[in-house]
Design a protein around this ligand. Structure first.
Ligand code: UD1
Length: 418
């Protein structure tokens, strides 16, 4: 098991460069098998989720070449092999191989995906979408067989604007006969990035980034070169850390408009920011912050993935703040550990009430999931004394070179194998 040790209460000064977006990467790698030629993806983050998806590509016998920050995927020798549980359960996004294999071969056989335990995480909307395109879905225990004689464009209304279902249906529909319309589609920037990738190969997708996406099926997808957008969740995490510990901390290589819901909350509580074209510089405050209420929502609302790190900042607001989680039913697993560090927080009915300001002191905590882990890193950097985080494998799934990036700006943080 890997652990992180953080000696807290250090000022962070310098520049942190943001990596390619994890949630785009994990869709783009499976999407690449749809090309009939070769796909080059650059700005690929070196995180364990990337490794897990490349292992699936190798299992399927795709030709994969890795160079620094880029992957070249040639699916000429791809075989439609069943994706066993040991591969699918490594991450949630393994389910994108369902849509991609269905789109490519009209058949996919794989086990239920894994990922963070932040809620029930059903895939019913993905499967309903595949069925609307003409596929038959059989489910034996945890194994899904999705197959179609022919995929035909359809009008699909999503009951919930699901990121995963929107992308997976796009992947299945891109080579279907005729036109598919996804209504109440999710609008996250990562979806636009995936649509751009497919369009670069010759797909005909319009409306990505709005709630109606139109996909006109094509027969052939050619070579393409694609760049992954910066990770808005990684950037938001470092902004929160900057608000707690920053001394002219520059968060670089970002698209500031993807972070509007975060920067407006930071400004509302009294954090001072300098927003540039592709960077934000942030400073900690000498005063306490104003309390606020956060309600998680689909993009462009406040992202659920930043709710957990933000609760750490709310422990330093003067008075009562609230966090209402509307997307995942199990996303307050970090709160008991935040309390162990000294925070005053109660959770009831999907709402955390935080009374601040509290002094935080280092102790031993657990990264229960990826973003809970990020919250523990933020808390450990701010707290006095030493914080030890166990189960940090969760953090390494989604934050590229987190130790190097933080020590590069003055943090005292080490990774140990025990
Ligand atoms: C993606 C992100 C995750 C983020 C989430 C919400 C990736 C790899 N992960 O997850 O970091 O927290 O979006 O922004 O991109 N739902 C159903 N049935 C379905 C699918 C979803 O009921 O078939 C529900 C979920 O239980 C959840 C809500 O819809 O309550 C949103 O889920 P969804 O947008 O699909 O999340 P993911 O794509 O899994």
């Amino acid at each position: 098991m890997k652990i992180m040790e953080i000696e807290g209460a250090k000022e962070l000064n310098g520049t942190i460069r943001i990596s390619g977006a994890k949630n785009a990467t994990v869709a783009l790698i499976p999407a690449a098998i749809l090309t009939d030629e070769e796909a080059t993806i650059c700005n690929v983050p070196e995180i364990t989720d990337t490794e897990a998806l490349c292992d699936i590509l190798s299992l399927l016998k795709a030709d994969v070449k890795r160079a620094s920050e880029s992957i070249v995927i040639n699916p000429k020798s791809l075989e439609n092999i069943e994706i066993e549980e040991k591969y699918s359960k490594k991450l949630r996004a393994s389910y994108y191989f369902m849509g991609a294999l269905l789109g490519k071969f009209k058949k996919a056989v794989m086990y239920f995906p894994g990922g963070c335990s932040i809620g029930a995480r059903p895939i019913d909307l993905h499967l309903k979408g595949f069925e609307a395109l003409g596929a038959k879905v059989t489910n034996e225990k945890n194994k899904y067989i999705v197959e179609a004689e022919e995929l035909k464009g359809a009008n699909i209304y999503l009951d919930i604007a699901s990121v995963g279902a929107t992308i997976n249906i796009m992947l299945a529909a891109v080579k279907a006969k005729g036109t598919t319309i996804i209504d109440n589609a999710a609008k996250e920037p990562e979806i636009v990035n995936v649509a751009t990738f497919l369009n670069n190969m010759g797909a005909k997708i319009s409306g990505a980034g709005t709630s109606t996406i139109k996909i006109e099926g094509v027969d052939y997808l050619h070579n393409c070169f694609h760049e992954i957008i910066p990770d808005r969740i990684e950037a938001g995490t470092y902004l929160i850390i900057g608000a707690l510990c920053g001394n002219n901390l520059k968060i670089d290589n970002i698209i500031p408009e993807h972070l509007d819901s975060i920067t407006s909350k930071l400004e509302e509580i009294g954090v001072s920011l300098e927003v540039g074209l592709d960077y934000i510089t942030i400073n900690k405050s000498n005063n306490t912050f104003k309390p606020t209420t956060i309600k998680t929502a689909v993009y462009p609302g406040f992202p659920t993935d930043l709710q957990q790190p933000f609760t750490v900042l709310l422990t330093q607001c003067n008075g009562k703040s609230k966090v209402v989680e509307t997307i995942w039913e199990n996303r307050f697993m970090h709160i008991p550990y935040l309390k162990d560090l000294g925070a005053d927080v109660e959770v009831k009915n999907q709402t955390a009430t935080i009374i601040g300001p509290s002094k935080l002191h280092g102790t031993q905590v657990v990264a229960t999931d990826l973003r809970a882990g990020a919250a523990m890193v933020a808390a450990g950097l701010f707290a006095t004394g030493t914080t030890t985080i166990t189960n940090v494998e969760h953090i390494l799934r989604g934050y590229e070179q987190i130790i190097e990036k933080l020590t590069g700006v003055g943090a005292k943080i080490t990774l140990k194998e025990i």
